[in-house]
Design a protein. Structure first.
Length: 247
């Protein structure tokens, strides 16, 4: 059994780049947080190319790690999802960057943005959103990769942890997982940042993590349980200090 490890490196954490090289033999995937895909009216642009470090990427790949930079989809959903030409352009920008820089795929973050825009509350738009992820995954799969054991570029999709108060339209559920499973290489589950300034507490309580996994992978023998190996469980190596106001 292979345990997949995904190491996310924010640009501001320069020490993380050294740690990734130091422990590269233990990491299957390394994900630097480098890219934002934005829209200005109908014009789409991929920002973050200046973060690319050819030597660092090459060193990690030579050690056996796959380099899959994170792309945050900040473009207005109406542009990306409703217009085929823009949808195809978005995918082309991502795939071309992977091909040009020699990446092994990408980690895509879009679900939380779509939730904020209300996309996931509309059944038709929600389906278009899932279709976009599938289309991107299939486009990446069509590009060969020498590094990946799958012999093609990979898509890892970032998903939020389910809400403990009960599921709603904005949650990513087991049906969504099944729909995307053939088109993505894994799901990065954000089981961290459970608490915030308005509700101070632990960052990743164990019961919440267990609840998240059992919600996505309900029962042994079920169709979604077969895909349990695709979950990249988010484990935070940090804590938060909350300054409580005195009442």
């Amino acid at each position: 059994h292979i345990h997949l490890l995904c190491n996310e490196l924010p640009c501001r954490n320069s020490k993380g780049y050294d740690m990734a090289k130091l422990f590269s033999m233990k990491l299957t995937h390394v994900s630097p947080v480098w890219y934002d895909l934005k829209s200005d009216r109908n014009k789409l642009s991929l920002e973050g190319q200046h973060n690319y470090d050819a030597g660092w990427v090459s060193e990690l790949q030579n050690s056996g790690s796959l380099v899959v930079p994170r792309v945050v989809l900040e473009a207005f959903p109406g542009v990306v999802l409703l217009k085929k030409k823009s949808r195809d352009k978005t995918i082309e920008l991502i795939v071309s960057e992977c091909r040009d820089k020699g990446y092994d795929g990408v980690v895509l973050e879009s679900w939380s943005r779509w939730a904020a825009y209300g996309v996931l509350d509309d059944p038709e738009l929600r389906q278009l959103a899932l279709q976009f992820v599938k289309q991107l995954g299939e486009a990446l799969h069509s590009i060969s990769s020498k590094s990946s054991t799958r012999n093609h570029l990979e898509l890892i999709y970032v998903i939020p942890a389910p809400r403990m108060e009960g599921p709603n339209n904005q949650d990513f559920g087991p049906e969504d997982l099944l729909q995307l499973a053939d088109s993505v290489g894994g799901f990065s589950l954000m089981t961290y940042d459970f608490s915030g300034p308005q509700n101070p507490g632990p960052s990743a309580p164990l019961k919440w993590i267990q609840y998240s996994l059992t919600t996505l992978l309900p029962a042994k023998g079920s169709a979604s349980q077969v895909h349990s190996h695709m979950i990249f469980l988010g484990i935070n190596f940090y804590g938060n200090d909350f300054l409580l106001s005195k009442g």
